[in-house]
Write a new protein. Sequence first.
Length: 298
Amino acid sequence: MTEDTESLRPDDAFTLLADRTRIKIIRALGDASTPGVPETLPFSELRRRADISGSGRFNYHLKQLLGQFVEETADGYRLSYPGVRVYQAMKAGTFTERVRIDPFELDAACHVCGATQVADYRDSMFRIRCRDDDCGAVFYKYFCPPSSLTEREREGVLRAVNERIQREIASMANGVCPWCCGRMASRVLPPDAEMPQRENPAIEHRVLHTCDTCDGALYTRLGGLVVTHPAVVSFFYDHAIDVTRRHVWSLPFAASDERTTVTGTDPWRATVRVGCAGDTLRLRIDEGPSVVEATRVD
């Protein structure tokens, strides 16, 4: 059983951070820490590292952070877990950095028209699409923190994006919000529902995932939800392939709806055909959506 304690209102939490001195304190504590081990600093050392003149001013702002973002111990002060998350957001540049990666070609073909796929990054979104603007297919459009893509070679960028997409979609497929760990509800949308990129030829059957706790929401396609399913992983492993290491946008069943067929609407049912080296795995999916049967087809 969980026990409710007095919570801080969101506007009050952000107000606590709306001061440069407090940000400097959080940054100083974070910079002093090693991964996984928040460092504890005495009052005078913390003030020195934060480079704040005036003991009284420093003491006032430190006390404002106590109990929410900073913890006081017998040896000094350290970041609480919320403080660590604030520091990580600062380091990741999530709210501050602006990074742009111009379009570059990928070693994958468009699953709609056969042209080359291209990738780019702008406005914190990594996008994989068809090079041919007349085609207009977009296979994935996903948020990535700017710092995750800077100072990396191109292959490192693609690996980071792929890991993020696969990890978060797998979490949603299991009903857990990848952002706050809240309960995630998923439902298949009817074709005439209002949704982003409705004219995207790479996706017809969208699944809307929404979190009951943080109101986070994301649209996916059915095939993208099964990449990490045990039957799919095993199927590829039998062909000496680790499918979780393959770029998700290069997998026809996960990047477009060309391998997805709706087989019923009352109740809703669909199949996703996964292919590898001439073999086929057929997945039956219910309105959950969840896999109810996996069959290898000769």
